[in-house]
Design a protein around this ligand. Structure first.
Ligand code: SAM
Length: 289
């Protein structure tokens, strides 16, 4: 008897993965947590029935979440991750020698524990890198109380529902802006250009409103995510994602990457025409070309 996992991306579109085995199924204080082993994508972490990471394509997501900002910022000494409990974003940041501290604020400690147990190759930095400090708590509360100031902030959250909803809103972006240094960079996963273009427009307007100078989206293929193309938004106080790349002494590109490289960096910011037209309506708040 065949066992299939099905995730509805819309009421009329679903992703189906043939399942070898269910490795874990439980519920934390915040969400259902499952780990399934699939024939095509290896182990898959599900939160509330939605794909978070798969062993086969998580490298694309986590490399593209982190290296564009890490390779653009001249120091990237102090980094903050909001969400990211699977550890993949922390793993990629700690490939760079320059960060002295990486703080990860994850609301659900069980996601961290399950990731360490079933995805040790993803959660490795959470276990072994002394620069990584884990805070279990709500990212909104953390950024509100935080007295610290960062070079880069990465928002690696679930979709904008439940506890993650506030992580897509203007007030949170304003607090991130205040917690960044004068040349700081914020990166947030900004969902699917296929299904969530209106959200991307709202995020752009909010980020420009709170004072970021450069707000640009970039893209990469994530086969297990809705629409199979994913987006991130880079909101920068000073550096343009393309024009300022490579301006600083070459701190080099980290070793061992499988997706990100200098050509991919530039190409990923190329804007599909339907996205450009939708977003340009929000340029009136100043986004120098
Ligand atoms: N790559 C995935 C994606 O794009 O959907 C995200 C993966 S990561 C597991 C998302 C994490 O965000 C989850 O572990 C969830 O518990 C966490 N999260 C959601 N809302 C949060 C909040 N308000 N503060 C901190 N962490 C939060």
């Amino acid at each position: 008897m065949e066992l299939w996992y099905k995730e509805y991306h819309t009421p009329d579109v679903a992703l189906c993965l043939k399942v070898k085995e269910t490795l874990f199924s439980g519920r934390s204080a915040y969400q259902d947590i499952q780990v399934i082993d699939t024939w095509e994508f290896g182990r898959v972490l599900l939160l509330d029935g939605l794909v978070m990471i798969s062993q086969r394509d998580e490298f694309i997501y986590h490399e593209m979440m982190t290296h564009p900002a890490m390779c653009l910022h001249p120091t990237a000494g102090k980094c903050l991750i909001i969400g990211g409990g699977d550890g993949g974003t922390a793993r990629e940041i700690t490939r760079h020698d320059r960060p002295s501290r990486v703080t990860l604020c994850e609301i659900d400690s069980q996601v961290i524990e399950i990731s360490k147990r079933f995805f040790p190759e993803v959660a490795c930095a959470l276990e072994h890198d002394p620069r990584v400090e884990i805070v279990v708590g709500d990212g909104v509360e953390y950024i509100t109380r935080c007295q610290d100031i960062f070079d880069c902030i990465f928002v690696d959250s679930t979709d904008p529902v439940g506890p993650a909803k506030a992580l897509f809103q203007e007030d949170f972006f304003r607090k991130c802006h205040g917690a960044l240094k004068i040349d700081g960079i914020l990166v947030a996963q900004s969902e699917s250009p296929t299904y969530h273009l209106d959200l991307m427009c709202r995020m752009k307007r909010s980020l420009l409103t709170v004072g970021f100078t450069h707000v640009y989206f970039y893209f990469a293929p994530i086969p297990t995510y809705p629409g199979s193309v994913w987006s991130w938004v880079m909101a920068s106080k000073r550096y343009h994602p393309i024009l300022d790349l490579g301006k600083f002494e070459r701190h080099g590109w980290p070793e061992g990457l499988r997706y990100y490289n200098p050509e991919v960096h530039k190409a990923s910011f190329a804007m599909p025409e339907y996205v450009r037209q939708a977003l340009e309506g929000h340029d009136d708040l100043h986004n120098p070309g």
